[in-house]
Design a binder for this molecule. Structure first.
Ligand SMILES: [Zn+2]
Ligand SMILES: [Zn+2]
Length: 501
């Protein structure tokens, strides 16, 4: 027998490729569960296999099936019905169009083939058993790593063998847990994964065969239950950064007929995400310029007594806080101010793979100090890095009408808004040390008011930010506990390689 194959049970083999490939043999025929790179297919001879009848995929990720792009054998190729959008030629084409578009969105998958498979039948599903000779191959939905992922089950030599894909990894872990983040802030993927493992935990499993890492031949149920418990910890961490804290929104004065509100005599919130700061010179300063809110700004300017906007600044790179920069410059000649971290991303946005990048790169006219101060007319701004929702976030504070107003974009929202975070996910490079340090910064500078994106203006309370500091420890542990390797920074913050077709 070729040494590449490891025998798990009589007629059941494991081959370690870009993923674990499992081969079931019956006489001179075989079924492969997941496919990897294809390099191993030549070695089937060594098992006496003359005919590969089926290739069954647990999910669509590239490491599971890339070899199928050049496979010319006659096995029937089947994948879960819910994975068609990531395997069919049309689905894959549409995926890459969205994935490489600018402004960028949040990806529906982090690992897709460069092109689709014409001969793949996406019809595996719970209740639609595949009968192979006298064997019955069954399917159980275990979404999470991918929305349509299935666990493939056989009874083999009297044992219940479960090929669970990446639903669970040995040790009660999850391979590359960032795949569970289906959006930038909710636990929806983790919740689906939790329910899949909940169902799996009720099954009698003699041998658990994951797509990566070791096979679990003893204590499979305990392994599933431990991963399930750890998933719940992640779900809870995503549930709130400041459990129990009350909302304390600052009442804003309405301006009839305008999509704008007065925060105080010289500060206005307008449109979706933006603020207008007014100088006694009659000049305006715009925070977080958003293109869709510019008509609201034009209507507000005469009411606020502003003739011209002379400078504009953004809190972070997301396009709903920055896509109005070019128009502010064009229409008002406003100077484009950026924190150096933002200048790097926004000036070269075509070279980054991040969510919610604007349509085109934007250059800064003035790059601010990383930590320091800057002035605009009679206002003095203190400036800091403020990584939280994204790693590339900044904050600035100015005294406006006698109040210390702290502008921090989407890093921490009012407690009931978006779970208080504005989001945490690997793709935004949210880091727990950053969450901690940024909350400590707010505790140190003790502002009176937080003026954030999405019309969120609230009174500062130390207890709110103290909770965030403690939450960061819990959340970090929740993510770290799920990671298979000791190097959890590498497991969770996988460098996203944008492998365009
Ligand atoms: Zn996977
Ligand atoms: Zn944002």
């Amino acid at each position: 027998m070729n040494a590449q194959f490891e025998q798990l049970l009589p007629d059941l083999y494991l081959l370690r490729d870009t993923c674990n490939v499992y081969v079931l043999r019956d006489g001179d025929r075989a079924v492969a569960i997941d496919f990897g790179s294809r390099d191993w297919t030549g070695a089937l001879d060594s098992l006496g296999v003359k005919q590969l009848d089926y290739v069954l995929l647990t999910h669509h990720h590239r490491d599971q099936c890339e070899g199928l792009l050049s496979y010319t054998g006659n096995a029937e190729l089947r994948a879960p019905s819910g994975e068609a959008g990531f395997l069919s030629p049309d689905g894959v084409k549409a995926y890459w169009k969205r994935r490489t578009a600018r402004p960028s969105g949040y990806p529906t998958s982090f690992s897709v083939l460069p092109r689709g498979l014409t001969n793949m039948q996406c019809k595996l599903a719970e209740g639609a058993d595949v009968f192979w000779g006298r064997h019955r191959i069954r399917f159980l939905p275990t979404p999470g790593h991918s929305a349509g992922a299935l666990t493939i089950m056989v009874t083999w030599q009297g044992k219940n063998v479960f090929f669970c894909g990446d639903a669970v990894h040995a040790g009660g872990k999850v391979w590359q847990p960032f795949h569970l983040e289906w959006d930038h802030w909710t636990p929806s993927g983790a919740l689906q994964a939790w329910y899949g493992l909940e169902r799996l935990s009720y099954c009698h499993i003699d041998m658990l065969c994951p797509s990566h890492g070791p096979v679990v031949a003893r204590g499979a149920s305990d392994c599933v239950k431990l991963a399930r418990t750890r998933l719940m910890a992640l779900i809870r961490a995503k549930g709130s950064v400041c459990e129990g804290e009350p909302d304390d929104y600052l009442p804003l004065e309405p301006l009839p007929g305008l999509n704008a509100r007065r925060v105080s005599p010289h500060l206005y919130q307008f449109g979706g995400n933006s603020f207008l700061l007014v100088s006694k010179t009659g000049e305006g300063f715009v925070v977080d310029p958003q293109i869709s809110s510019l008509p609201d700004l034009e209507a507000l300017l005469p009411v606020a007594g502003v003739k011209r906007v002379t400078a504009t600044i953004a809190s972070h790179f997301h396009y709903d806080h920055t896509d109005g920069y070019p128009a502010m410059k064009q229409k008002h000649g406003a100077e484009v101010w950026m924190h150096p971290w933002l200048a790097e991303i926004l000036g070269n946005s075509d070279r980054f793979d991040l969510p919610y990048l604007p349509a085109a790169p934007i250059k800064a006219d003035r790059v601010l100090p990383e930590t320091g101060e800057s002035t605009w007319n009679e206002y003095r701004f203190d400036i800091w890095p403020m990584p939280a929702q994204t790693r590339w976030h900044c904050a600035f504070m100015a005294t406006v009408d006698g109040r210390r107003v702290f502008f921090s974009g989407d890093s921490y929202q009012s407690p009931s808004r978006w779970n208080g975070t504005g989001g945490f996910c690997a793709f935004n490079n949210s880091r727990f040390d950053a969450f901690r340090n940024s909350a400590r910064l707010v505790l140190r500078v003790k502002p009176d008011v937080i003026a954030n994106g999405h019309q969120v203006v609230y009174r500062y309370h130390a207890s709110h930010y103290e909770k965030i500091v403690r939450w960061a420890d819990t959340a970090e542990k929740a993510v770290r506990d799920l990671c298979p390797s000791l190097d959890w920074l590498k497991d969770y913050y996988v460098q996203q390689k944008l492998e365009q077709p």
